[in-house]
Design a protein around this ligand. Structure first.
Ligand code: ZN
Length: 328
């Protein structure tokens, strides 16, 4: 893990992107223009078909197998799942089963959140912090123990109840643009792996800008889909039909270009970028898991470790953490 400060960091990895674009043009010529989709990041209407993804998900007690399209913006490279489910359908996908995987993984998440609090401590004065899409509230509990005055927003009623019951954190159950929090009141606003799950992230980013103090810090962490680990998972999906891309929950696929484009459009200045490669360790399989599945899990952890090493060598990561402030 290492920091790349603003524009300088982006220039450092520019040649890697250009080379990857060159290879893409050489080997992937399947881009087909379809009906215009308004890009939520840069506002362009030029999007092309990029890939099809096989997906299997549960909705209203039924298992649904579908194929979704991914559309790519020609200007900023933001990718979007098509078609979009309605907001009501999306909320139903975030049930207790969905959050259980995170509850079972609390120790690893504590390390991850502590790293985030250390990042914040060096960049902004401690005061009020708002975590958007705060899930079960673990980060807010740790932030409170670290001396922050904590607030949360969570659209899922299931997660909002978990936050109250497990960590005693009282949060607003709804969308950021509906929250009614006082403008210019927060020293830090955080979104961890949330932006890509929003049906319409643009009004949220605009609303969050208003909530920050003049020198407040917005921190967004999101999967970096311009990374070898996601390329591998796309290949697995195509060849073996393995559904590991969280579709249709994961709606927007960001990389540094598309995220920067969105933040610039809403008047933010990027002050720091950190690429992160999350751990390759596989949790011990539960008793009774068939041998073939165990072998696959170990194989996958080896692939992940290899992707991490290659990614780190190129100065990239499977996640991007961007720190920014209001411009002007
Ligand atoms: Zn765009």
């Amino acid at each position: 893990m290492r920091y790349k400060k603003g524009k300088r960091g982006m220039i450092r990895i520019k040649w890697i992107r250009e080379f990857s674009d060159f290879l893409k043009r050489l080997f992937f010529k399947n881009e087909v223009r379809g009906p215009a989709i308004y890009c939520k990041s840069c506002g362009s209407k030029e999007a092309v078909f990029w890939k099809s993804i096989k997906s299997k998900y549960s909705l209203n007690g039924r298992v649904i197998e579908s194929v979704f399209s991914i559309r790519r913006c020609l200007h900023c490279n933001l990718k979007r799942v098509d078609p979009l489910l309605t907001q009501d359908m999306l909320l139903k996908l975030y049930d207790e089963d969905y959050y259980r995987q995170y509850l079972d993984n609390a120790d690893a998440r504590k390390g991850y959140f502590t790293d985030m609090l250390n990042t914040l401590g060096g960049l902004v004065r401690k005061g009020k912090i708002l975590d958007v899409g705060c899930g079960d509230g673990l980060f807010l509990r740790l932030a409170r123990e670290d001396g922050w005055d904590v607030y949360g927003i969570e659209p899922s009623g299931t997660a909002a109840n978990l936050a109250k019951e497990r960590h005693g954190v009282d949060i607003f159950n709804g969308l950021p643009e509906e929250s009614g929090f006082k403008k210019g009141d927060f020293n830090a606003v955080t979104l961890f792996n949330v932006l890509g799950h929003m049906r319409d992230p643009a009004p949220c980013v605009g609303a969050l800008k208003e909530l920050l103090t003049g020198d407040g810090l917005l921190v967004i962490e999101t999967p970096n889909f311009r990374n070898i680990w996601y390329r591998y998972r796309l290949l697995e999906n195509k060849l073996l039909g393995i559904d590991d891309l969280h579709i249709p929950r994961m709606i927007y696929w960001f990389d540094l270009d598309s995220l920067s484009s969105m933040l610039n459009r809403f008047g933010f200045e990027i002050v720091g970028v950190k690429f992160i490669n999350y751990g390759a360790k596989t949790p011990a399989p539960k008793p009774g898991v068939p041998f073939i599945k165990k072998a696959y899990l170990y194989y996958r952890s080896i692939v992940k470790a290899s992707c991490n090493a290659l990614s780190a060598l190129c100065g990239s990561g499977d996640h991007i953490r961007v720190m920014c402030r209001r411009r002007g």
